[in-house]
Write a new protein. Sequence first.
Length: 282
Amino acid sequence: MSRRPAAQRFDGAAVIITGASSGLGAALALAFTEAGANVVLAARNEDRLNEVARRCVEAGGQPLVVPADVTVPADCEALVAAAVERLGRLDVLVACAGLSMWARFDELSDAEVLRRVMDVNYWGLVNPTRFALPHLKAGSGVLAAISSVQGKLGVPYHSGYAASKHAVQGFCDSLRMELAGSGVGVLTVLAHWIRGTNLRQYALGSDGLPRGDHAAAHGSGAVPLEKITRRILNAIARRRRMIFIPRWMRLFTWLSELAPPLTDRLIRKRVNREATGTHRSA
Ligand SMILES: NC(=O)c1ccc[n+]([C@@H]2O[C@H](COP(=O)([O-])OP(=O)(O)OC[C@H]3O[C@@H](n4cnc5c(N)ncnc54)[C@H](OP(=O)(O)O)[C@@H]3O)[C@@H](O)[C@H]2O)c1
């Protein structure tokens, strides 16, 4: 008997997950496998993809590993082609690859950090979507963009990250309207901080380098991976258009419209608590 409610079964579905070598993408790979899907795992680090694939095999899946850089259109074209060749169709594209930053804008020596973050988070969604769309249309599939509450709110030390996630939201909201009647669903996942991923360690600092292991640990409000994967699978199955994780985060976006200075103060206080010592004084 199925351990999941009917809405969360994906038996035989063909699912591409970018950013599958780590964190949320890896957890989604496992969750989709457990829900009966055939997963195609994409990211740049092949060793880590193979490790995730091994866990999917243990869970009863037959994953396909396709090393790909989502900022390179040719890689994304090859990724979609490999998925369709193996599985004969494409039902879900989960655009999960992501890169963060943790630096004040006025401390950056140039704009390269913002360009790199935009490249992965925004173009890394656009590129695979371009090649996946004909197949999603053919099977009335779903595009799921893993975004952030920073797609709706500004956050200090994250100017480029918040900008990239706002771009994701604008792209998805526009695409959804263009695809009305096509059968394709477009979901944006607006998540709060997630516990158990590497995003913070790989976030770029003001020197343009990953912040590394000294990156600040998440506070108690961060969402555990198992909770977020369950909500995402459910939202895809129900063809939702936008979800906030946790749900109360939606109230925060309303508050930002009603009382912007108050919201700014609350966000600054919270982010300063999460930041390293240098940021605390900022
Ligand atoms: N962690 C959070 O607090 C949080 C909160 C809200 C939203 N999110 C979003 O959740 C998503 C997943 O992030 P995570 O937290 O799981 O971070 P993570 O553990 O650092 O995973 C990031 C993934 O993106 C891949 N990636 C980065 N650049 C890539 C590129 N150029 N081409 C292909 N893949 C690339 C990485 O793989 P390779 O290095 O092997 O390429 C890795 O698999 C991101 O979109 C992030 O913005 C995270």
